[in-house]
Ligand binder design. Structure first.
Ligand SMILES: Nc1ncnc2c1ncn2[C@@H]1O[C@H](COP(=O)(O)OP(=O)(O)O)[C@@H](O)[C@H]1O
Ligand SMILES: [Mg+2]
Length: 235
């Protein structure tokens, strides 16, 4: 196994870690409520544990949706494929299966096996309020920041839909937030951090993840880098 990759995965995949870092760093983020049931990643998920986790997730997602007008669940490691597909295709309804029915999701299975190989121990779900994003051409405004030892670079997340220069202040804010996270991330790790720009213009951390070439798409930046050179590419 590639040691750097395994340490990188370990330090960068779990949403719970990213939210803890955001809290410590004072970075605004989309909150999440963690399911009290944890599945052991060393075992094949299934059985009563998965049923219980799924039931909690369904109950809490519906409860939160009633309280605040909308809610969504995701694994601690990634979102279900259906959510990713819906947000990147204007007009596609968001229909996300509950965890017990989402185990067959190929994207999830691939991430799960990498996480196991990297030594992550637990699998769970988190429930988050649905935050209305600023929209351009039917797609949410989301920004991905790559942070390396030298600094940050920012790219628009949706590569098919360019953003104008009016979004530069948000990109700069996302870069500043991502750099605030750096002291809380293990020193060995370069990382990416994704931000959602809300209808009201706030820039909120969605999640963090691995650096380029370890699973994070470079989006509009050149895959060969450089990363962390202060560049902002929006279209
Ligand atoms: N709470 C939320 N409010 C609004 N949009 C969300 C929320 N959570 C996720 N999304 C949308 O779903 C996409 C995928 O969710 P994300 O948590 O980033 O999962 P992944 O790690 O699999 O990329 C995000 O890029 C965003 O467009
Ligand atoms: Mg994401």
């Amino acid at each position: 196994m590639n040691l750097l990759k395994s340490r990188t995965m370990n330090a960068t995949l779990d949403l719970r870690d990213w939210l803890a870092r955001a809290r410590l760093a004072g970075v605004p983020f989309i909150p999440a409520e963690e399911c009290p049931v944890e599945l052991d990643l060393r075992e094949e998920p299934g059985g009563p544990g998965l049923e219980e986790l799924s039931a909690w997730t369904e109950r809490r997602t519906k409860g939160l949706a009633d309280e605040v007008g909308g809610a969504v669940w995701r694994w601690n490691l990634c979102a279900p494929w259906e959510l990713k597909a819906a947000v990147s295709h204007p007009g596609l309804p968001v229909r996300v299966p509950w965890p017990k029915d989402a185990m067959g999701d190929e994207r999830f299975r691939a991430i799960l096996s990498e996480a196991r190989a990297a030594g992550l121990l637990t699998l769970t779900t988190l429930v988050r309020p649905w935050i209305e994003a600023a929209e351009v051409a039917g797609l949410p405004v989301e920004l991905r920041v790559f942070v390396s030892g030298t600094g940050a670079s920012v790219t628009s997340y949706h590569t098919t839909r360019p953003l104008g220069d009016e979004w530069l202040p948000h990109a700069e804010r996302a870069a500043a937030s991502a750099l605030k996270l750096r002291p809380w991330v293990p020193a060995v790790v370069d990382f990416s951090a994704d931000f959602l720009v809300t209808e009201a213009g706030e820039t909120l951390l969605l999640e963090g993840g691995p650096p380029c070439c370890y699973g994070a798409d470079p989006c509009l930046l050149e895959p060969d880098g450089p990363f962390g050179d202060g560049r902002i590419v929006l279209g």
